[in-house]
Design a protein around this ligand. Structure first.
Ligand SMILES: [Zn+2]
Length: 255
């Protein structure tokens, strides 16, 4: 290969990877999860949230059973984790960067598990998903090597594990978005159920990494969510956690 060709292919790689990193999290999740077939060993999953059973899916486990990780004497929240050996070193570094990012803006510290009872088991299973909040014992966070390994998806799934739901299911969402169920694919309407979420007095945030884009689960290329009052407002394009995501996390855990 000539030097020029080599340089061009490097440039193309850079453009593609930059582009991918800037894709909104909800598009990445949709793409990664749309055709997955889960195995019997995997939990019951709706969209990208895992549940112990089907009955739980309309509740916020943080209000129904408690979901928080415990605070240590030094004021930090240590969340133990393991990472499967299936990942390459490049993939592993994306996961590590996501885990470590929390120490830059919160009291959350993801730490390698030694013998703690409750921990996150990060694995490449079918698609991207997590339970909401601490479930007790080992809990799976699936970050599939096929499509889930981006900074924003790692942060998104970890926020689920720390106790947060999607922005569009927030208890106060009807003041900020109008959900158009008539445009939602059949069988997907439950993704827009409102939940008694813990909003921590933070405003509804179109730029949250937990907010889906306007066309999420659309069956007809028409929007499924329209912002109120400015229907042209940009929603669901976050490429990383917003300031509100950070504030809400810090308030929940009293960092
Ligand atoms: Zn999610």
């Amino acid at each position: 290969m000539s030097a020029l060709k080599y340089a061009l292919s490097l440039l193309a790689l850079l453009v593609v990877s930059t582009w991918a990193e800037e894709r909104p999290v909800s598009e990445i999740l949709w793409e990664a999860n749309k055709d997955v077939v889960r195995t019997e060993d995997e939990p019951y999953v709706v969209d990208d949230i895992a549940y112990d059973n089907e009955m739980e899916r309309n509740a916020d486990p943080c209000t129904s059973r408690g979901c928080m990780w415990g605070k240590s004497g030094d004021g930090k929240i240590y969340v133990p984790y393991t990472v499967s050996s299936q990942y390459s070193s490049r993939e592993r570094s994306i996961i590590d960067r996501g885990l470590q990012s929390f120490s830059g803006f919160s009291c959350i510290r993801f730490v390698k598990r030694s013998n703690q009872r409750d921990y996150l088991s990060i694995q490449s299973l079918s698609g991207c998903y997590s339970f909401v909040g601490r479930t007790g014992n080992s809990q799976t966070v699936s970050l599939s090597r096929q499509g889930c390994l981006y900074h924003n998806t790692v942060q998104h799934e970890l926020l689920h594990a720390l106790g947060f739901n999607h922005e569009q299911t927030r208890s106060d969402r009807d003041q900020h978005i109008r959900v158009l169920l008539q445009n939602v694919q059949s069988g997907m309407q439950h993704n827009f159920n409102k939940i008694a979420t813990l909003n921590q007095a933070t405003p509804y945030d179109y730029n949250s990494v937990m907010q889906y884009h306007k066309y999420a689960f659309s069956k007809n290329n028409q929007p499924t969510m329209v912002p109120i009052p400015n229907q042209n407002a940009v929603i669901g394009k976050a490429t990383q956690m917003s300031q509100n995501d950070i504030t809400r996390l810090n308030r929940l855990y009293k960092c």
